[in-house]
Design a protein around this ligand. Sequence first.
Ligand code: FE2
Ligand code: FE2
Length: 156
Amino acid sequence: MTEKNLAEHAISVRSRRNLMEAMRGEAFAFAKYKLFARQARNNGDNELADMFDKTADQEYMEHFVEQADLLQLVGTDEQDVTNAIAGESFEVDTLYKRFAEEAHEDGDEQVAHRFEEIRRDEAFHQLAFHEALIKIQTRQRIMRGATGRSAKAHDF
Ligand SMILES: [Fe+2]
Ligand SMILES: [Fe+2]
């Protein structure tokens, strides 16, 4: 969701910030419980595994989704892809870059290596979303050309 959309939205800045923080917690709980479920299943405790899986689903499908609705996190495909590019770009250019440098400074080479490797994956995500955005925008131009007037060279 863009800053402009946020500004037009009736929810206070603090509530939006709290929603974002809560969603990060829910997303983390989801991922963590999925790992715990896998561990419990590997150990043969299916009852505990099911409990973790069921709880994980609620953290995501209910708590995260309900809060995402309030924030109007999901927009048009074009907005969603733009949002994704911003997130991936932040990871590539700022977050994982700094984290890798700091881990290296602290002598945590394994951690630094992992951050660098993940950063490269994020760069691929960033590129793939850029390509998706170009496809969406090109399709929109073609659609506009087909419904309105005939497409001209300068539309592309
Ligand atoms: Fe929750
Ligand atoms: Fe990513």
